[in-house]
Design a protein around this ligand. Structure first.
Ligand SMILES: [Ca+2]
Ligand SMILES: [Ca+2]
Ligand SMILES: [Ca+2]
Ligand SMILES: [Ca+2]
Length: 385
């Protein structure tokens, strides 16, 4: 059975690295960084230096079947909050024609601050999901707002998707909850954590589809086209499956792949665009956020990267304090609206907003008494512009 081609989704903070090319350099600095003929612009860091010995296994068989044609996913994220990016890598697993000689696992490498990494997968408990290890998409987000990045891995059918909650002690616990039940027979691709109803709590949207377009001919349960799934975070802090009551789009099946989130009509309600394999894209206009207040942010770094990837937002509204790490990644082959939308619920304003700009900046901009339901532009060190 031909299973998963892929994986990526990721990049949470992969973008941090990419965006470092956007630093504002002085003329002297630009000259200093000018490309020198014969000198590599990027230098490969070999496993002997990085200590990252994990190798992706594409599951090739003696008959040259190749279930993983696009490699595995991976992401940068700071799981221990020490300010240094750690690395998570995703691999698939056994198939009908592939029995790995050594166990295949996902891998978490902790940054040693000296250019090397150490494998902490086993202690962290993120090597394998419940019921299997056939990983595909991955994303990191602090969905529960406790200040510690959590992990999400979408797996192939017959396995549950994994929601690894950060325990703040270098370990994670896989608690997929209702996501596990709902994804038992699905294969995940596009995925994104965002607050779709602007109530202040982060929700989750999943786009699914089996990689094998012949799967219907030999499976009684698994289908090529699969439903979209929407999970709403309730007052109990858990993600609840609300797909059935979320409109006709969730009653249909798609060969969904990429999923991008953005506010195309600038009403503060984040909309969704889904790429479909062999079909037209699905554009979903968000009507769920009506009635809740919001504040949209366009962040412009000056010393830090221009898109402020990696900025930490802390805001007070309605008597509560919220926080979020700005990233522009996650999902599969997709890029999201770079603006941030803060869901305020019924609160009439943002009482205080702090923007902790990412390194190398050490600037923190504080703004107070911000009126809602508009997009504002904040420049590093200048505040509102
Ligand atoms: Ca770290
Ligand atoms: Ca968390
Ligand atoms: Ca929400
Ligand atoms: Ca919108």
């Amino acid at each position: 059975m031909l299973r998963s081609l892929i994986v990526i989704s990721l990049l949470l903070v992969t973008a941090v690295v990419v965006e470092t090319t956007h630093y504002s350099f002085s003329a002297a600095q630009q000259n200093a960084t000018a490309q020198v003929p014969g000198k590599p612009v990027f230098v490969v860091v070999p496993p002997s230096d990085s200590k990252i010995t994990w190798v992706h296994d594409n599951g090739h068989s003696e008959l040259r079947h190749l279930p993983e044609t696009c490699g595995g996913g991976g992401l940068f994220f700071d799981f221990d909050n020490d300010g240094w990016m750690d690395i998570y890598l995703v691999n698939s697993g056994p198939s009908d024609f592939f029995s790995p000689k050594t166990p295949i696992k996902n891998a978490l490498y902790r940054n040693n601050h000296d250019g090397t990494f150490v494998d902490v997968t086993e202690k962290a408990g993120v090597g394998c999901g419940k019921m299997g290890c056939f990983g595909m998409g991955a994303a990191a987000s602090d969905y529960d707002g406790d200040g510690w990045q959590d992990l999400f891995v979408a797996n192939i059918d017959q396995e549950l998707f994994s929601l690894y909650q950060n325990q703040k002690d270098l370990t994670f616990v896989d608690r997929p909850g209702e996501i596990g039940q709902a994804t038992r027979l699905l294969s995940g691709w596009g995925l994104k954590y965002f607050d779709y109803d602007n109530d202040g709590k982060t929700d989750l949207f999943l786009a699914n589809g089996h990689p094998d377009d012949m799967i219907d001919s030999y499976s009684m349960q698994v289908k090529y086209k699969e439903p979209l799934l929407l999970f709403h975070q309730g007052a109990d802090g858990k993600l609840h499956d609300v797909s059935q009551e979320s409109g006709p789009a969730f009653q249909k099946d798609y060969a969904a792949r990429g999923l991008a989130v953005g506010d195309y009509n600038n009403d503060g309600a984040l909309d969704v665009l889904i790429g479909v394999n062999g079909g037209p894209p699905v554009l979903l206009k968000n009507t769920a956020a009506t009635g809740n207040n919001w504040l949209g942010l366009k962040l412009e770094g000056v010393t830090s990267n221009r898109d402020a990837i990696g900025a930490r937002l802390v805001w007070k509204t309605g008597g509560k304090v919220y926080q979020r790490l700005k990233n522009n990644g996650g999902s599969y082959l997709s890029s999201h609206d770079p603006r941030e939308v803060l869901g305020l619920g019924s609160a009439a304003q943002v009482d205080e907003l702090e923007v902790h700009w990412p390194l190398p900046s050490k600037t923190v901009d504080r703004l107070t008494n911000l009126a809602p339901n508009r997009y504002i532009h904040i420049r590093e060190g200048k505040g509102l512009v």
